[in-house]
Design a binder for this molecule. Sequence first.
Ligand SMILES: NC(=O)C1=CN([C@@H]2O[C@H](COP(=O)(O)OP(=O)(O)OC[C@H]3O[C@@H](n4cnc5c(N)ncnc54)[C@H](OP(=O)(O)O)[C@@H]3O)[C@@H](O)[C@H]2O)C=CC1
Ligand SMILES: O=C(CO)COP(=O)(O)O
Length: 326
Amino acid sequence: MSVAVVGGGAWGTALAAVAARAGHVNLLLRDPAVAEAINAQRSNPAYLPGIALPATIRAVLDPALALRGAEVVLLVTPAQTLRAVCRTLLPALPGDAALVLCAKGIERDTGLFASAVVEAELPGRPIAVLSGPSFAADVAAGLPTAVTLAARDAALADALARRLSGPAFRIYAGTDVLGVEAGGALKNVLAIAAGASAGLGLGASAQAALVTRGFVELSRLGEALGADPRTLMGLSGLGDLVLTCSGTQSRNFAYGLALGRGDDVAALKLAEGVFSAAIAARLARERGIEAPIIEAVAGILDGSLPVADAVAALLARPLKREFETA
Ligand SMILES: NC(=O)C1=CN([C@@H]2O[C@H](COP(=O)(O)OP(=O)(O)OC[C@H]3O[C@@H](n4cnc5c(N)ncnc54)[C@H](OP(=O)(O)O)[C@@H]3O)[C@@H](O)[C@H]2O)C=CC1
Ligand SMILES: O=C(CO)COP(=O)(O)O
């Protein structure tokens, strides 16, 4: 299967590097300087400095050139850009190409996950989602990584998992599209909370409590949205939550850390949780799901809740059972 990747940031470049080990890959991006660096120097200094890329990646600026003959197209731009990117690609997209959606977020104006956005913009296309605990730099460097790829069509998921896996990049196939998307989007919001806790110096015990109670919120909301609990317990849910809450290699954690320390966040890298927090809180509220950590992150980000007050509010919640027994 011939592969094209849309988005030459950290994750698009890393996924292109894996896919290019099994054959030529076109990488569509929009910055001529990055394209030149990839094609001439086999590196992406803007997004993955110091990592050597395979010669079988060709960086391309023209969608028609990049997508010609593509059987699999990975969409790897930020979640809020997905709708516009679909519209840009439409004229050049081969009719039967399978689309693999790699962004982790919720469209903030609509509350839709990536698959629903793409189904609306490019109806009738074969769609899969890829998510899981995987830092781009680790994947591009060939370090062992495992992620999930889900498509409603199980045979498609299996075929894509085989094509896109690499010697150290293991893709587990599944069919729970919504579950994979929910875990990927919600863990980013929770990682901001974990980072803020670290920035406030609340200690390792608080961190563990936040991750654990955060997972309860991810599970409750994910299940209310239709996710299979086993998916939420898997790589794209619990697995990615643990990774993203583990330290500053995560941009979402780093963003929360800066908030907790009272530092300026303006120049920080992409943190998808910033864009998903308010809509995640709204989705929870609409379904009557208690999600105090997600609510707190949304309040901190919209400026209505000072970070210290968020901690006080979480600690002031009434004591209750950890879970209800039958
Ligand atoms: N980095 C990681 O470790 C992982 C990231 N992800 C997810 O992948 C998605 C992308 O992240 P990542 O690659 O890291 O982000 P980066 O910030 O590293 O790169 C974003 C890329 O998207 C491009 N882009 C941004 N806006 C548009 C637009 N409107 N139209 C076309 N291209 C656009 C940028 O182009 P330009 O340079 O021209 O601005 C850049 O190439 C996110 O949802 C993230 O959560 C998932 C797993 C791991
Ligand atoms: O999704 C990721 C790891 O699985 C990357 O996390 P950040 O976007 O927080 O860096």
